[in-house]
Ligand binder design. Structure first.
Ligand SMILES: Nc1ncnc2c1ncn2[C@@H]1O[C@H](COP(=O)(O)OP(=O)(O)OP(=O)(O)O)[C@@H](O)[C@H]1O
Length: 796
């Protein structure tokens, strides 16, 4: 149970009251005694993580595979190595507890360790190599053999106490039980196959003035439920039992079957029967793994003897108190790591329950240690688990607590061993109150024990008919012949009657005392019940509060669900918006791609046009070059002719003819510049001869006059950028030579318009220089092309 569940002040108070015993500084305390037992290395395992340094010191080494090498030392009360025998363990650990048990003191011995580390082996052992429990049972009966009380004289009061029965009650109980035992359904299963010899160990400090009765019970804690392994009334399916606290604040299992045993064999038989019902299973790490925590309780009731009456009958002394000692052997289920056991399903659930209860044990120990070291009074969460709740009185009350930590030394178990050893180290720091003699006052008092007890032989003690309440009135025969004899017989009867009367009186007084006692007990029970109802009330409050919290959580969850749904709606909206934006981006991308394609196409067209133009120009250039070559050739020919003429001194008429011819040639030269022509010697000659008629130069400074050769009906461009032709003469047709040879014009521009492949208008301006020829003609030399392209702004 979670400590936070005790938040209400009343609940806290209630729990605190119950935990104060542990902080009683007046009582003598001693620490939990922790022993260590090392299991022999498994076959095939080579590496170990454990090294025993001394009889009480152990070293835990990190395995070689780990990066950081570390050694940690742990100190125990004693370490049992893998060579230690079961006998050594029982002598060291268990016999002192047995001694306490016979003196009416409590003891708890539990084994702790990971699964398969040898806990069950240590406590139970094997049939040919018994562990602590069987050896203790043998030794117990070896020790009290001659001092056992007759069966059923001491009886459990079903509230964790004992009462002494009258002769008749004991006798009728014996008869009842005999009847039930003949019912085959209720016969206990299994008998202990004793394959070992009782070693005959005896504990000598048995009180020879006492009679002893031994009671055993066997329970298990499985999945946090308590089950009675000796309860045969409910058949195979065991019932979950409640835990209760008795008037001495000892915890007990309500309605547990507690059987009085008179011999070790009887005890073994019961243990066997319980063992058959215990939850065991095969796991990866242990073939016979305990799936529950099992608790075998031995209670020894000591009845103080003995006064003898004049008839030789043993009498229970007047105080009539009995002492009860309890020794609990707890075989804890092993902690398990699921990654090693690979458990699933039921085994996994069991493992988780085992680990949870062990964790609760650790938490309780930690809290106890903290309370003891810091002198605080914090709530110890015993109620978190049945395991801790059942043993609460050992830590809060008195008793000796011993723990055997079982270790599997293989290197693979390093991690688990580390946790186990840390727990062991912490446990030793906890102190418990030293055991005291537990005296109970039985409800039925003053029973005279049979005179057979005089000899203290158990066989004789068993006969129920040997009990008597009052001395029998002797049967007398009166012999009236002998009056003295009659008188002494009457006196004997009177003496017996007086004895009976006085005994009757004392019995009356005893009954009165008993009634008082009973009343007291009833009052205490009433108090207990008031306390319980207060606890129930506070628990109800806690439950109510938790229910309220649960409701609040539920409401919050509903709110959150609504919020979540809103968020989901918004999320979907945003998702839609994102989708739309993505679509828009995709469209834009498409447009960009189209635009780029178009650009590429335009570029391609431009390149094509460029190539075409270049080809055209190349072609023209080639033609002009051909012309020039032809002209040069003709000129050379003429020069040669002129030279011949000059040499033969021809008349000037011929010369003029040549000049005309020359003019014709020059016209055809086309692209030849006037400068190159000027350099020509033939022109020198002509100029020299015709110096009176110098050629007119067209002045550039005066600004060029353009001859604009338009198509017949040009489309108006209406563009901002217009060709720069300040002075121009526009013609649509060149009819006569003078249109070109007009000396005022120095530039020529041919305007051509046509639609392009996209249906747009393309205007080309072919520009040229007009170069006058020496014959009065003119040459048009193209030197530039401008292209004007109209584009629709709506076009992509
Ligand atoms: N000291 C030992 N010497 C020889 N054999 C041992 C010793 N300790 C344990 N074993 C053997 O190891 C096996 C497992 O031991 P055991 O069943 O006692 O483990 P366990 O700790 O009780 O396991 P679980 O928690 O799963 O019940 C058994 O076969 C047992 O006989």
């Amino acid at each position: 149970m979670n400590p936070s569940r005790f938040n209400t002040p009343s609940a806290k108070k209630l729990r605190r009251e119950k935990t104060t015993m542990s902080n009683n500084s007046d009582t003598e305390k001693h620490p939990v005694q922790v022993y260590c037992r090392i299991k022999p290395l498994m076959e095939g395992a080579e590496n170990t993580c454990i090294k025993v340094l001394a009889a009480d010191t152990l070293c835990l080494k990190t395995p070689e595979s780990k990066a950081v090498r570390k050694e940690t030392h742990y100190i125990f009360k004693h370490i049992f190595t893998s060579y230690s025998t079961q006998s050594e363990v029982v002598t060291h650990v268990a016999y002192p507890l047995l001694e306490d048990l016979l003196n009416g003191k409590n003891g708890l011995l539990f084994t702790y360790g990971v699964t398969g580390s040898g806990k069950t082996y240590t406590l139970t052992g094997k049939q040919n190599d018994p562990g602590i429990m069987p050896r203790c049972i043998d030794t117990l009966f070896n020790s009290i053999g001659d001092y056992q009380a007759p069966k059923y004289v001491i009886k459990s009061d079903k509230m964790n106490g004992f009462e002494i029965q009258t002769e008749d009650e004991a006798f009728s109980e014996q008869l009842n039980l005999k009847r039930t035992m003949t019912n085959p359904k209720l016969q206990r299963k299994g008998s202990f196959d004793k394959l070992y010899e009782n070693d005959g160990t005896v504990i000598h400090n048995v009180n020879k003035n006492s009679l002893y009765s031994v009671f055993v019970s066997y329970v298990e804690i499985y999945n946090n439920g308590v089950y009675d392994l000796l309860d045969e009334s409910s058949g195979k399916s065991l019932q979950n039992k409640m835990l209760r606290e008795d008037s001495r604040k000892n915890m007990y299992v309500n309605g547990v079957v507690e059987v009085e045993v008179k011999s070790a064999e009887e005890a073994f038989s019961l243990f066997n029967a319980g063992q058959n019902r215990k939850k065991m299973a095969s796991t990866t790490l242990n073939e016979g793994s305990s799936r529950s925590h099992s608790i075998f309780n031995i209670r020894v009731v000591q009845l103080e003897q003995i006064t003898y009456n004049e008839n030789g009958q043993a009498m229970v002394p007047n105080e009539n108190k009995i002492a009860v000692g309890q020794l609990s052997f707890v075989d804890l289920a092993g902690s398990e790591r699921t990654n090693r056991t690979n458990n699933t399903g039921m085994r996994l659930k069991e493992a988780s329950s085992i680990n949870n209860s062990l964790m609760s044990l650790r938490t309780c120990f930690e809290m106890l240690r903290e309370n003891q070291t810091n002198k605080t009074n914090k709530l110890v969460p015993y109620r978190d688990s049945r395991l801790t709740f059942l043993f609460k009185h050992y830590f809060e009350g008195d008793g000796t607590v011993k723990m055997i930590v079982c270790i599997n030394p293989s290197a693979e178990d390093y991690e688990e061993n580390l946790h186990v050893l840390k727990f062991a180290e912490m446990s030793q720091e906890i102190k418990v109150v030293k055991p005291e003699v537990n005296r109970y006052t039985p409800s039925v008092q003053r029973v005279a024990i049979s005179k057979a007890a005089e000899n203290k032989t158990p066989a004789r003690l068993k006969t129920a008919s040997s009990f008597t309440l009052l001395p029998q009135i002797p049967v007398v025969k009166f012999n009236f012949d002998d009056l003295d004899e009659c008188r002494s017989a009457i006196q004997k009867v009177m003496k017996t009657i007086k004895l009976r009367e006085s005994k009757g009186n004392s019995l009356d007084k005893e009954i009165e005392d008993k009634q008082k006692e009973l009343r007291k007990r009833l009052v205490s029970l009433n108090e207990q019940s008031v306390l319980n109802s207060a606890e129930i009330k506070s628990l109800k409050g806690v439950i109510h509060k938790e229910k309220q919290q649960l409701r609040n959580v539920h409401l919050k969850m509903t709110d959150l669900e609504f919020g979540n749904r809103d968020m989901q709606g918004k999320n979907e909206e945003l998702h839609d918006i994102i989708q739309t934006l993505k679509n828009a981006i995709n469209e834009k991308d498409l447009k960009i791609n189209q635009h780029q394609l178009e650009k590429q196409r335009t570029k391609k067209q431009l390149v094509m046009a460029n190539e075409k133009m270049t080809q055209e120009l190349d072609y023209k250039l080639r033609r002009q070059r051909d012309h020039l070559n032809a002209a040069m050739k003709a000129k050379d020919d003429k020069l040669r002719m002129v030279k011949g003429i000059l040499d033969s001194e021809l008349p000037p008429v011929e010369f003029q003819a040549i000049e005309l011819e020359e003019e014709h040639v020059i016209k055809s030269l086309g692209s030849q510049t006037p400068q190159s022509l000027k350099s020509n010697s033939h022109f020198h000659r002509r100029n020299m001869n015709d110096a009176s008629a110098p050629r007119k130069r067209r002045s550039k400074s005066a600004g060029d006059v353009w001859l604009e050769h338009n198509v017949i009906k040009p489309c108006p461009l209406d563009t901002v950028m217009q060709p720069t032709m300040k002075k121009r003469k526009s013609v649509s047709k060149l009819d006569k030579a003078s249109d070109v040879t007009n000396p005022k014009q120095s530039k020529y521009c041919l305007l051509a318009q046509e639609p392009d492949t996209d249906g747009e208008l393309e205007t080309k301006l072919y520009k040229a220089d007009i170069v006058p020829t020496c014959g009065g003609g003119a040459q048009v030399i193209f030197n530039d092309v401008e292209k004007l392209r109209q584009e629709s702004p709506t076009k992509h």
